[in-house]
Design a protein around this ligand. Structure first.
Ligand SMILES: [Zn+2]
Length: 202
C-alpha cells in the first residue's frame, strides 16, 4: 500500500513523509474509492490513470477506468484523500501527474477548490485536480550517472535529461529526452528528487 500523502509505498510501516508510520494503512482500498492506478509494473507501464475501485478478488482490486477495467494490487493504487488535499497548499512542493499519466516535480502556486495550479520544474503550468498531486518529502538527490536531471540546452531551453557519465572537470554528459547529448557543468544541472512512482531508480 502507498502512503496517501507522499505516494511512496509503505514498507515496514514507514514512508519518507512519516505520516503513514503513525496512521494505520489498510491492506485493501474499499469499493467506491476514487484512485489513480496503473495497470501493472515494468518499463513500458508509466501511466497512472484515474478510476474507481469497484470490487476485489482476494488482494486484487477491480478498478474501472476510462480505458476499461484494471486489476491492481494495493501498491499500484493511490487513493484520493481529503486529508492530503488539505495539505496541498500554495507553495507546497509536489509530484504532480502530467496528462500523459507520468509524474513530474513541481510547486503549487494557486488554489481554486478542488483544483490546484501547478508549475512544473521545467516551466510548464496547468490547473489539475488536487487528487492528481502528492506531497514531495524528499527534495534532493545527488547528481550521478543514471539520474534524471533538468539541464539547459545550447539554445537555453531547460529540459529533462538523464546523466550518462561523469566526464571529469565538473562536467557531465547528459542525454535529453529527444536523444540529443551535451556536456553540461554540474553547477547547471539540477537533479530530480526521487520519484515515488518509478520502480527503477531514476
Ligand atoms: Zn508518506
Amino acid at each position: 500500500m502507498r502512503c496517501t500523502y507522499c505516494g511512496w509505498t509503505v514498507n515496514n510501516g514507514a514512508c519518507p513523509c512519516g505520516r503513514s508510520s503513525v496512521e494505520e494503512v489498510p491492506e485493501l482500498v474499499p469499493p467506491g474509492t476514487r484512485v489513480l492506478c496503473r495497470a501493472g509494473r515494468g518499463p513500458s507501464i508509466l501511466r497512472w490513470d484515474p478510476g474507481e475501485v469497484t470490487g476485489h478478488i482476494g488482494k486484487v482490486h477491480r478498478v474501472e477506468t476510462s480505458f476499461g477495467v484494471c486489476w491492481c494490487e494495493a501498491d499500484d493504487l493511490l487513493p484520493d484523500s481529503e486529508k492530503r488535499r488539505k495539505l496541498l497548499e500554495a507553495g507546497a512542493r509536489v509530484w504532480a501527474r502530467w496528462p500523459d499519466g507520468r509524474w513530474f516535480p513541481g510547486t503549487i502556486d494557486a488554489i481554486e477548490e478542488p483544483l490546484r495550479h501547478v508549475t512544473w520544474d521545467d516551466g510548464d503550468s496547468m490547473w489539475i485536480e488536487a487528487s492528481h498531486a502528492v506531497l514531495m518529502p524528499v527534495e534532493s538527490a545527488e547528481i550521478a550517472p543514471g539520474r534524471q536531471v533538468i539541464a539547459s540546452r545550447w539554445d537555453g531551453e531547460r529540459q529533462l535529461g538523464i546523466v550518462e557519465e561523469e566526464e571529469g572537470s565538473g562536467l557531465f554528459r547528459v542525454r535529453f529526452l529527444d536523444g540529443e547529448e551535451a556536456s553540461v557543468s554540474g553547477g547547471e544541472l539540477r537533479s530530480l528528487p526521487p520519484n515515488p512512482f518509478r520502480e527503477a531508480k531514476p
